[in-house]
Design a protein around this ligand. Sequence first.
Ligand code: EPU
Length: 417
Amino acid sequence: MDQFEIQGGRPLKGRVTISGSKNAALPCLFATLLTDQVCTLDQVPALADIETALKLLVTLGKKVDRVGSKVVISKGRPLTGKAPYELVRRMRASVLVMGPLLARRKRAQVSMPGGCAIGARPVNYHIDGFHRMGVETTIHEGYVDARTKGLKGGLIPLPYPSVGASENLLMGAVLAKGTTIIQNAAREPEVVDLGRMLQKMGASIRGLETSEITIEGVKSLSGTSHTVIPDRIEAGTFMIAAGVTKGDILIENVNMAHLGNVVHSLKQAGLSVEPEGRSVRVTYVKKLKPVNIETDVYPAFPTDMQAQWITMMALTGGRSRVRETVFENRYLHVQELLRFGADISLAGRDAEVKGVAALSGCDCMVSDLRAGAALVLAGLAAKGKTTVLRVYHLDRGYERMEKKLQALGARIKRVSA
Ligand code: EPU
């Protein structure tokens, strides 16, 4: 298992280029199951989760060719319908093959995703939605066995605007018979990106970016070329890196429209945030101010930035409150941040962060992807040496993280333990 060794306390300066979005690339990759024609995806980040997705596509019958950030997916063998435990347990988003497989094969056997560090994360909204489209499911030997005589359009009111459920149902509905209306749908940019790719493949979809998506099923879809949107969470993480290290970073390949709430909060905290075309320059100018945030579905403050925000709030001149409303257990970074000398107390979904003058480096352990980002940020800001264990979590979602940080002047190295 690799670890990061960081000598903190250096302001990060220079430019960094943001990779394609992991959470947009994953459903876009699975959408290629909806056609036998060739699909080309560009700006696909090199990440462990993407590797898992490509393996799953190959397992299901696709041929995958990758050159740099471009992935070409074509027909290999006839599609098969089983997403094995071996891959789903590595990445829960594998459950998103259910929609495409039901649409193409009328049957999907998908391993039930197990527990997750950040919360229970059940898939009941996905399954209930498919029931409304004429699917029957049983659980057998740890697998959801989903069968249909043919997907039918229907009215699907989601109890919560789940990103994954919206994507899964959207991918089923594009080839279903008749009209599907997903009410209370997720509006995250990653859902919209998937919708745009499906439209290019010939799907009839209205209402993307709104909470009611209407899909008229079509008979078949064609291949397409699609460039995945930039990763808003990676961009936000580098913005905070500028803040916590008193740095000055030009972040390239950013869609600022996707970062409204984060940028607003960063400015309130006292950072200078200056967009320059597809780039943004984030500069530390004065002592950081405490800013309260509450995570929620898009366009509110993203839960995937909450951990990193807490690291920054640990270095302000006052007291701030954070409320996590999306996941019930997403504070595993807090116990580790205390080891850096942060002053944070937790009560249910709320965290209270009292700023301290400085953090001091320590050994710490990553529990999940964004918690890991928070610890790396703490290590970069802290005085002295930090060792971050279990960086494989970071390799799931940050492309070449230590290389990008090194180019900004960070003293960080990967060590094989
Ligand atoms: N939920 C249910 N039942 C369901 C589906 C969701 O109860 O059937 C609950 C979840 O337990 C959670 C909430 O609804 O409490 C939100 O879950 P959602 O389905 O929206 O999340 P997801 O699709 O599983 C994606 C991202 C996450 C991100 C969330 C929220 C991908 C691959 N993952 O997860 O990303 O935090 O949306 O924005 O797109 C990450 O990148 O670190 C990450 C965890």
